[in-house]
Design a protein around this ligand. Structure first.
Ligand SMILES: NC(=O)c1ccc[n+]([C@@H]2O[C@H](COP(=O)([O-])OP(=O)(O)OC[C@H]3O[C@@H](n4cnc5c(N)ncnc54)[C@H](OP(=O)(O)O)[C@@H]3O)[C@@H](O)[C@H]2O)c1
Length: 303
């Protein structure tokens, strides 16, 4: 299949294109810089130059492809409105382009905010609708295109897609720990994060392209919920730092923007996804990764 991938140079995207190429797909990746274009070309991926705000390029990429996987995100967590608007615009453009084609359209999503007080499942619809909502309501926007002849599939990643080289949430929390000289967890640290290793997440995306029915919500979840206290203790071991609780009133001040996420219970199951795709996670757990030095072995010395 000719597959157009946005975010192909990213953490999940670069592992995903390896899986797609190994499965025999012809991949075109969106690249916004010379460095990203060169990294894609080195892997044998064709390059379409463009930015998330360059909707003409995204439209042309989707038109020329037999499937689209949308993984790009501005990730401006200090100014979320910017990321949200770009996400909504890109998903609307890809959906509009694919109307009536029945072509696969897989898009990145997450498990945050799906449920309160219980594990989120693939059956839980996203409560986020409209351009002002988290991720611009892009999961529901994409799934609404199913009725218009688009084979939309939501890729709900765990809040940590971990591994060596990760620059995502766990790396940010580890950086806060090093800066503060203490590895903190919010309150009693019993709130949990689902987790998945990058290799398993990428394999799930490739299997999702091959097997997921239109409208499916896939959960890239290998561990249902790792307590934040366990995460903080592993970061403490990795960097030789003391571990402590951070009172709820001090979380924002201590952690900055990541504190909002680190305080949330982001636990989820993945039951239907393995059954649907024949997907079995095999990578190391989050704590195994932390203990093996995935976040500390090559970490720069902090000032
Ligand atoms: N990693 C996780 O733990 C996790 C968890 C839940 C959901 N997700 C979601 O999964 C998706 C992929 O995440 P990731 O961890 O792979 O992200 P990432 O490593 O930050 O990669 C982001 C990708 O988007 C591209 N990009 C950023 N701004 C762009 C712009 N203005 N125009 C065009 N491309 C742009 C980047 O290109 P450059 O390489 O040129 O910078 C990169 O390819 C995202 O939607 C993310 O929110 C990730």
């Amino acid at each position: 299949m000719r597959v157009f991938v946005t975010g192909a140079s990213g953490w999940i995207g670069s592992a995903t294109i390896d899986e797609l190429l190994a499965a025999g797909h012809e991949v075109t990746g969106l690249a916004r810089s010379d460095a990203s274009a060169a990294a894609l070309q080195a892997k044998g991926v064709q390059v379409r130059r463009g930015d998330l705000d360059d909707l003409a390029s995204i439209r042309a990429g989707a038109e020329a492809a037999e499937a689209v996987i949308h993984l790009a995100n501005k990730h401006d967590f200090t100014n979320p409105a910017v990321s949200i608007a770009a996400e909504r615009g890109a998903v609307q453009t890809i959906g509009d382009t694919l109307v009536g084609t029945n072509r696969p359209f897989l898009l990145a999503s997450g498990v945050a905010g799906l449920t309160q007080g219980r594990l989120a499942t693939e059956n839980d619809p996203s409560p986020f609708h409209g351009p002002e909502s988290p991720r611009g309501g892009s999961e529901n926007l994409a799934l609404e295109f199913v009725d218009r002849g688009v084979h939309s599939v939501a890729l709900r990643f765990s809040p940590t897609v971990h591994g060596t080289g990760d620059h995502g949430f766990i790396a940010v929390i580890a950086a806060v720990a090093r800066e503060k000289g203490v590895s903190g967890y919010p309150a009693d640290g019993t709130n949990r994060w689902a987790a998945v290793h990058r290799s398993d997440a990428a394999r799930m995306v490739a299997l999702g392209l091959a097997k997921a029915p239109a409208g499916a919500r896939l959960h890239a979840v290998a561990e249902e919920g790792v307590p934040t206290r366990d995460i903080a203790e592993a970061i403490g071991r990795a960097f030789g730092l003391p571990v402590t609780s951070i009172a709820p009133d001090d979380v924002q001040d201590h952690f900055g923007w990541i504190g909002t996420f680190f305080s949330m219970d982001l636990a989820a199951t993945s039951t239907m996804t393995p059954e649907l795709l024949g997907w079995t996670p095999t990578g190391p757990t989050l704590i195994e990764d932390l203990d093996a030095g995935a976040y500390s072995a090559h970490a720069p010395v902090s000032g």
